[in-house]
Design a protein around this ligand. Structure first.
Ligand code: ADP
Ligand code: ZN
Ligand code: ZN
Length: 816
């Protein structure tokens, strides 16, 4: 009898591969364990076993595995089932899902880069002979490929050595080029060991008998310690006693207090503080409704206006599901807002909270993975971005999808192009867990599901403590320009409002959905506009660096002094971005602190956190930003929000443009007046009578929904039709054209459903690759799976055509 295992290899190849094992190995191995397999001529990969069997493969001779990595499975059956669903649904391979689902440390392969850890303290006598050989090799070359280690050791089995060196911290995987996420450090204070002893208190009081400020501070410390179970930060202590850090420092010098640092999002609390949240009557009845609905439905949509306290409701639900050893997944669209949320949840649940996202280092991710796999106490509640649907849950009971309308839940590139919200629903079904989705501006898809009875629906229509929703005031730019009441891009009305808010010591948010200084530089003599040589777009002027930049490929060019075509020096800029708004504000309010939050100012995660922290601490008076600012922030001192230009979001050639514009403006407006005072929002627009703008102004979600659904129905868009977009790319315009027509004709003839294209998109060339898109619209009454099978078949025959071999095709299912 022959023994085989079926494995997934982390490559874009279909489907699984068969390898031969010995009888002993066969008996030992289980699905979910990892093995190292040779692949192709000389590559090795970490593969995961899906099945053991005795079927001899027909098409190729099975190779033998190189080695076994695990003693117990590290991938669960349920995870593989989810991967399979994602691969089928989003039309990609299991290998692609595997590769993005699993932390890189579990996924070593030939090409993986191993880095020597220069800070490690190494006692060479503790190393085995093979470990020493690798260590030695890394003294001369600090970065090695796994392949090179194989060569150094001159043997196939190298993964155990690499893993043990990783464990010992002597080597690490080379991190991606992105700046590493640096969690915010908080400085805490405690009584020193010495003064905790018996006579400590007496001694301490003597020591401060003549220092009133210090005495007061110590008393406050004891008082806080008695009432709040969480560590006391120096900031809190100083604030509550209205004294300066110097008083704390003096006590530290006397040896009474000591300070220590902890990462804010990984704080280890002795015990959660249970900041007794008591729900308002509205919130409570919504909570009861949700619980009631959960007896009949698996998914409930919470449509609650901004600042209605959705988070408090999630907390109460989590509390309920936490009993019975349950695990909770709390999904966020973007990690930027996690700081505030993590603080709120740890306040309540202490160290049961863990955070998981792609900006964490490999080690940190692996740590959370293992905690979840072991259903450990320190990872009962996982706060994470879309990646966290791939964690090895053991007993998942509840998934919270906050801001469910966010397009960030959908991955664009690379494959798998999955939507984490929808995948989370499948994950929950597999685990018999419940799903609560929340938003102030639900996606049409989810709202439709709710109206169809597929999801339960609950509504919170009032803000917490009955603060009214901000009043939205429209400013007609046409009028303002005509009457010359504009300063730069600001109307007099908006300037006056900002200046009033600042007088009241309130903070202001100004929104402009475009970064850079101005998107277009134009020659006033001949009209030429500098464009990116690699993409079909004009370059954006960034004044700060005095350069032109392509927002699609990153190409930059120093700002020219003359027109490239006619050499005229009369160059002008058109349109405006956040940089220009910031600059204008600095001229209008020269002695205020003005900061900007967009992709350019938040490249490293650290800068993002710093900005938010500075704004929370009121070190910034006016924050200018792009749609980054719309993502669920809860700032307590903002009552005024200004939207510079509502129009550019309305005219995108995208069927979701109007829905998005509504969501974005409503969410931005939602940042105003969240605490006590009714906020005010000014929207500058050339189209004050546009339906979407009217709907935003009147908080008319129902009106927006009705109108947009009508359009979606008429023009055959989701949720009435499923969309699959095929994107085809090639350097050669004519070849691409021909290939795309082949594809289009075949799809149309064989599928017999609406197929559009092959269209040249608005930006039809990126990084020197021409682009064509084909849109397939699948009606509700057509079986989805069969249609996808047909499409896959057509893609296969396309691939087999020699002339088109080099044309790249990607499929994006439910594309956003
Ligand atoms: P949403 O998520 O709906 O936008 P939040 O949950 O952020 O709203 O709530 C808005 C603000 O109101 C927050 O500062 C929150 O702490 C406060 N809040 C809401 N509900 C309560 C409650 N029941 N008790 C105390 N504070 C609350
Ligand atoms: Zn010119
Ligand atoms: Zn470019």
């Amino acid at each position: 009898m022959m023994y085989f295992v079926e494995v997934i290899v982390p490559l874009a190849l279909d489907p699984t591969f068969t390898y031969q094992v010995s009888e002993a190995e066969f008996n030992y191995l289980q699905p979910g364990m990892r093995v190292v397999v040779p692949f192709g001529k000389s590559k090795v990969y970490t593969a995961v076993i899906t099945e053991k069997h005795h079927r001899v493969p027909q098409l190729y001779e099975a190779k033998e595995i190189h080695e076994i990595i695990d003693v117990v499975p590290v991938i669960t059956q349920q995870q593989i089932a989810l991967w399979q669903w994602i691969a089928d649904y989003y039309m990609c391979t299991l290998g692609e899902v595997y590769k993005s689902a699993v932390p890189s440390r579990l996924l070593l392969e030939s090409e993986t880069l191993i880095q020597f850890n220069s800070k490690a303290v190494v006692r060479t006598e503790d190393l085995t002979d093979t470990e020493y050989l690798v260590y030695e090799a890394m003294q001369t070359q600090a970065v090695l490929k796994v392949d090179e280690i194989i060569a150094v050791l001159n043997r196939k089995k190298v993964f155990p050595v690499i893993h043990s060196l990783l464990e010992k911290g002597i080597i690490s995987l080379q991190e991606e080029m992105v700046e590493k996420y640096k969690p915010k450090q908080v400085r805490y204070v405690r009584i020193t060991e010495e003064y905790l002893r018996d006579e400590g208190l007496e001694k301490m009081m003597q020591l401060v008998s003549r220092a009133a400020k210090q005495r007061e501070l110590l008393l406050k410390f004891f008082q806080l310690q008695a009432t709040q179970k969480t560590p006391i930060s120096t900031k809190q202590l100083a604030e509550e006693t209205e004294s300066s850090q110097a008083v704390i420092n003096a006590l530290v010098e006397k040896g009474v207090l000591e300070t220590y640092y902890q990462n804010e999002d990984r704080v280890v609390f002795n015990e959660a503080s249970r900041n007794n949240i008591s729900l308002t009557a509205d919130q409570n009845s919504v909570l009861q409704e949700i619980k009631q609905l959960f007896t009949q439905k698996d998914i409930v949509l919470l449509h609650g206006v901004t600042a209605s306290g959705k988070t408090e409701i999630y907390i109460k639900l989590i509390e309920q599901f936490l009993t019975q050893e349950g695990q909770i997944l709390f999904l966020l669209p973007e990690i930027g807002i996690s700081t505030q949320l993590v603080a709120r949840l740890t306040d309540y649940f202490g160290n049961q909270v863990a955070v998981y996202h792609s900006k964490y280092s490999h080690n940190e991710r692996l740590e959370v993975w293992h905690h979840v796999l072991n259903n450990s106490e320190s990872a009962k509640i996982i706060i994470g971005t879309r990646l966290s649907v791939f964690l090895p849950f053991q007993n998942l009971k509840l998934v919270v999808v906050d801001e469910e309308h966010e397009s960030n839940y959908k991955q664009h590139d690379p494959s798998p192009r999955y939507n984490a919200r929808d995948s989370a629903v499948v994950l929950a079904m597999q685990n018999k867990a419940k799903v609560i989705m929340g938003s102030a501006t639900p996606s049409l898809e989810s709202y439709y599901n709710a109206t169809q009875g597929k999801y339960g629906l609950v509504k919170l229509t009032r803000r917490y403590s009955n603060v009214q929703l901000p009043e939205i005031v429209l400013i007609d730019l046409k009028e303002k320009y005509k009457r010359k009441q504009m300063t730069g891009h600001f109307s007099d009305t908006l300037i006056e409002a900002v200046s009033n808010a600042l007088t009241l010591k309130e903070q202001v948010i100004i929104f402009q959905n475009r970064r850079g200084f101005s998107p277009v530089v134009e020659c006033m003599t001949c009209g030429a506009v500098p464009e990116c040589p690699h993409c079909d777009v004009s370059l954006t002027y960034h004044k700060y660096r005095n350069e032109l930049r392509c927002h699609y490929c990153g190409y930059t060019l120093p700002m020219p002094k003359q027109c490239f075509r006619c050499h005229s020096v009369d160059l002008n800029t058109k349109g405006f971005g956040t940089e220009q708004v910031e600059e204008e504000l600095k001229t209008i309010f020269p002695d205020k602190n003005i900061a900007r939050m967009d992709q350019d100012t938040t490249r490293g995660k650290y800068s993002y956190e710093k900005l938010i922290e500075a704004f929370e601490n009121k070190k910034i008076d006016i924050l200018v930003g792009t749609q980054m600012l719309s993502k669920g922030f809860d700032f307590d001192n903002v009552n005024l929000v200004g939207i510079m230009n509502a129009d550019n979001s309305l005219y995108h050639p995208d069927f979701r443009a109007h829905e998005r514009a509504y969501q974005m403006m409503t969410q931005i407006a939602g940042r105003a007046g969240r605490q006590e005072k009714k906020g005010k929002v000014y929207i500058q627009t050339f189209n004050p009578y546009h339906n979407i703008i009217q709907q935003v102004t009147n908080y008319d979600y129902a009106g927006m929904y009705k109108e947009q659904m009508y359009e979606r129905h008429n023009f055959k868009y989701p949720p009435f039709y499923r969309l699959i977009r095929l994107t085809m790319r090639h350097r050669d315009f004519d070849k691409l054209r021909e290939a795309s027509f082949w594809m289009y004709n075949n799809l149309r003839e064989q599928l017999k459903i609406p197929v559009l294209g092959p269209e040249e998109p608005a930006i039809n060339r990126i990084r020197n690759q021409y682009i064509r898109v084909i849109l397939i619209k699948i009606p509700q009454n057509k079986p989805l799976n069969l249609t996808k099978k047909d499409i896959k078949r057509i893609l296969k025959s396309f691939e087999s055509i020699g002339a088109y071999r080099s044309v790249k095709v990607t499929a994006n299912v439910d594309f956003y």
